[in-house]
Design a protein around this ligand. Structure first.
Ligand SMILES: [Zn+2]
Length: 225
């Protein structure tokens, strides 16, 4: 009984602020987690507007590129610490130089152009990643291309046509820049798959993984433990 009385008395004193008379309660500190820097990546749906890219029947490359790029941008935005900037979000013509400027202006750390390939021979299929031929093999664009190519092939099971060099408008940016040719629209086998939403999602997953692998390797994106 005595204990209960003591507890009640102490409790009342505490409520009355007796124990805090000289130290008013400090306001609750606002708890803020460590602010992780957001890594912005530029995703470029190739062609658009007046430029359809490859045309196979009534299928236009520009539209397939946009579908895959939009999926990829959604996946990027869902990643902690990552943000996507698209060079176009609708069927509009965008000058290639302007695409690069948009990416640089947005503070992107890399540039990934998304394309589907075309060729005369319908038996030709597979995925390849292009790098501008002014870029050195030990440089960031090649490393990005290798990451993207490996992850793309792993995610889709597409034939691995490897990383290839070409003279590209990508030479006009200082950003690590590559162009993923994710499959052949002209292939009797691969063409229809490129229009399939489930396969497009696999492509987007592969491209995302390639970007993440590259950013982990450069340390620009913190590796999850
Ligand atoms: Zn193209």
């Amino acid at each position: 009984m005595l204990i209960i009385v003591i507890v009640v008395v102490i409790g009342s004193l505490a409520l009355a602020g007796v124990f805090n008379r000289h130290t008013p309660p400090a306001p609750e500190p606002v708890v803020v987690g460590p602010v992780a820097p957001v890594v912005t990546v530029a995703i470029d749906p190739g062609h658009g507007g007046r430029d359809p890219g490859g045309v196979v029947g009534d299928v236009l490359e520009k539209n397939v590129n946009l579908e895959i790029a939009n999926r990829l941008a959604e996946l990027v935005d869902a990643q902690p610490g990552m943000k996507a900037v698209l060079t176009r979000t609708t069927d509009v013509s965008v000058d290639n130089q302007l695409r690069l400027q948009l990416a640089e202006g947005a503070g992107a750390v890399l540039y990934l152009s998304v394309h589907v390939n075309s060729y005369d021979d319908p038996s030709v299929n597979g995925a390849e990643t292009l790098v501008d031929d002014t870029r050195t093999k030990d440089g960031p664009s090649w490393k990005l291309a290798e990451s993207v190519q490996n992850a793309l092939v792993a995610a889709t099971g597409a034939r691995d046509r490897g990383v290839r060099q070409q003279g590209l408008y990508l030479q006009h940016t200082k950003l690590p820049a590559v162009s993923a040719e994710v499959g052949f629209l002209t292939s009797t086998e691969e063409g229809p798959k490129l229009l399939d939403p489930a396969y497009q999602e696999k492509i987007a997953q592969g491209l995302l993984q390639g970007i993440i692998d590259y950013l982990h390797a450069t340390g620009e994106l913190k590796q999850e433990v």
